[in-house]
Design a binder for this molecule. Structure first.
Ligand SMILES: C[S@@+](CC[C@H](N)C(=O)[O-])C[C@H]1O[C@@H](n2cnc3c(N)ncnc32)[C@H](O)[C@@H]1O
Length: 284
């Protein structure tokens, strides 16, 4: 169908916008390998428009050209798109349930492999390492902590978090079932809290894209919280397939209260361990 040519340049034409977004995401994928083509539309549109304005581009097509020719602008977009908000012992009740219901199962293994997918700047990984350490499991565990974004992984590897957050994290730790003095896990340096190196001795940080990369090991447990909320249904299906393939039978899938396994094609393959924290066990 022919498009009328008199459409005013500044008015947002939803069809044109959709086309521009599609082309931009294809361009980003082909040039840089980052695949955001199956991210949830509404939040994607919001973030791209915000980046377009911040870069001083008049249209999404102009932003696309910028991204193709200027890699630093791609870095900035990556930060916008891979929303990295996180915290230590985030949603503390999750950790209480993990201690109560998952730790006893992990104890039955001589060695456990845990995948923390979409780990962002690492706060979740350090929290998990602390929990395992306190439960006497850390020595015989290996955590694979992955994220699409290399920048956040660099922060995760460094293990230095703002000192100003330690009050909140201490409260989270206690509400998450911690009983020791939280400050034993870090030393202060200027305005940062440097977490103990021992907490990452059994951690492998690596870049991994849930949208396009394959399974890389078989795990006893997978944690993936606050990640798939940004994906559309097709991509969620892909990731659930990947997790199912990557979990051994009776392995644990911990999604946190914002995500769900219901309505996915693998739902029948799991039994529910905790309905509130959305923790499941693979049974087939
Ligand atoms: C909101 S953070 C969640 C961090 C942590 N799991 C938590 O619950 O606090 C979401 C993370 O998912 C990562 N992410 C987004 N898309 C991804 C993808 N396709 N593959 C791997 N990680 C991805 C982002 O880079 C970001 O660090």
């Amino acid at each position: 169908m022919a498009v009328p040519l008199e459409h005013p340049r500044n008015a947002v034409d939803p069809e044109l916008e959709e086309l521009e977004i599609e082309l931009l995401l294809e361009a980003v994928y082909r040039r840089y390998g980052f695949d955001f083509r199956q991210y949830a539309q509404a939040s994607l549109r919001r973030r791209l428009t915000r980046r377009m304005q911040a870069e001083g581009a008049a249209t999404l097509s102009e932003l696309q050209a910028r991204l193709l020719h200027d890699p630093p602008s791609m870095e900035r977009l990556l930060l916008d798109l891979s929303i990295n908000v996180t915290a230590m012992f985030r949603d503390p009740s999750f950790y209480v349930t993990f201690r109560e219901k998952v730790v006893p199962l992990l104890r039955t293994y001589p060695f456990t492999r845990i995948w923390c997918a979409g780990c962002s700047t690492g706060e979740e990984v350090y929290s998990l390492a602390i929990l395992l350490e306190e439960e006497g499991l850390y020595e015989r565990a290996r955590i694979y902590a992955t994220d699409i974004n290399e920048n956040v992984l660099a922060t995760a590897r460094a293990g230095v978090f703002p000192l100003s957050k330690m009050k909140q994290y201490t409260e989270n730790y206690i509400r998450g079932g911690g009983t020791l003095d939280f400050s034993r896990y870090y030393v202060t340096a200027y305005d940062g809290a440097q977490f103990a190196r021992s907490l990452t001795e059994n951690v492998v940080f690596a870049q991994h894209n849930l949208a396009s990369d394959r399974s890389f090991n078989v795990f006893n447990a997978i944690l993936c919280r606050n990640v798939m909320i940004y994906f559309d249904r097709t991509l969620q299906e892909r990731v659930h397939g990947l997790f199912h393939e990557s979990l051994e039978t009776f392995g644990i899938l911990a999604l946190g209260h914002k995500e769900s396994l219901s309505f996915t094609s693998v739902a029948q393959c799991y039994e529910e361990l905790d309905a509130t924290e959305r923790i499941y066990r693979k049974i087939r």
